[in-house]
Unconditional design. Sequence first.
Length: 189
Amino acid sequence: MTGDTADGSGMTAFLSDRVLNLRPVRRDDLAQLAEWRNTPEIRHRTREWKPLNDADQERWFQRISGPDRRDLMFVVEGADTREPLGVVGLCYWDPVNATAEVSFYIGEPSARGKGFAKRALTLLMDWGFETMRLERIWAEAYAFNEVSIALLKALGFTEEGRLRSHVYRQGKRCDSLMLGLLREEWPAR
């Protein structure tokens, strides 16, 4: 695994396991990321309830690249091909309490179901716990998103709570699950 400073600025591959690279999101990624996020399959599993436009993407990019950022976002790419496959990040980073929310999706349809999300999250959480010295990484997943919930649990996350009827997706009310992983639980994965 390779790494750089906490923000990863100036590096092509910020983290790598020789199969995948994680690198900071660049402005030239925004069109591809919006295309992925705007697919109904991905959008209904995220907090975005409407399609993203160029202005939305630019505001997001400013938020993740500015000096006061609390969302550390990375493009997942093949180590050999350098082709973007998806995105992972640690969001709502709270340096005082040493916590962050994990965010992820594999946007490239041909890359789904191949274990890339698990590899990317492992790289990211190793960095979060070891380099950022986080004490807790948490996640929110809608109850119908069984694939993401199973992945998070396979990585050691524990269901900590359920927000009943929290979101409206595809014509019905859905619960939202809150999951968490503590630093001392991570080595036991």
